[in-house]
Design a protein around this ligand. Sequence first.
Ligand SMILES: Cc1ncc(CNC=O)c(N)n1
Length: 230
Amino acid sequence: MEEKAKAEEKKTGMIEAWLRKHRYLYDGATRHPFILSIHDGTISIDSFKTWLAQDYLFVRALVPFAASVLIKAWKESDESGDVEVILRGVASLEDEISWFKREANKWGVPLSDVVPQRPNVKYCGFLESLISPEVKYTVAITAFWAIEAVYHESFALCIEEGSKTPPELKETCARWGNEAFHGNYCKSLQKIANRRLQKASDEELKKAEVVLLSVLEHELDFWNMSRGNV
Ligand SMILES: Cc1ncc(CNC=O)c(N)n1
């Protein structure tokens, strides 16, 4: 890319520029048929149960990754406030795991015998690879933002005015779709990512963009898995 154009994108926000550039993939991850089927009320309960059980395992694997981002923030960040933002996210995962257990109980999904499906294994393996100290804070925070943003944007659609989301799924959707916590949390992560990307080297920028694309692809595969097409 031309130097001037790149400088301009860094100023206005790398994340926004990447979302424009990769709109098709981003929409694919945030407007997936699985989400659209919740939104229009046609979701099969089996798909929902598959998603619930698989996502429980995913969230358990997200904890060490989130903790690794926290460590990177503490070691590498130029702003101490980053640690609080990430810590809030890490802390919320404890409540989330309890929620998964309650919700699974409600639906009669036994979490103790859930076997992770291939797309889940791959996504969790990808998260684990990002824990490595060789992955820089800037790259890791970009991934973390993307992981949270896809869920927020997806589920926010399902609680929009006029959506036909089944009432028994509303609470699930509000968990990630709500603005008060999750929306603001995503905005804070995006702000941190943009600030870091602004100062990043070309090589780091490239790595962060590749990681963003990987997250979007893994999220797509995760939704596909939930619908039963692996
Ligand atoms: C597959 C996937 N991606 C993102 C999230 C949202 N983060 C924490 O809950 C999630 N639960 N599952």
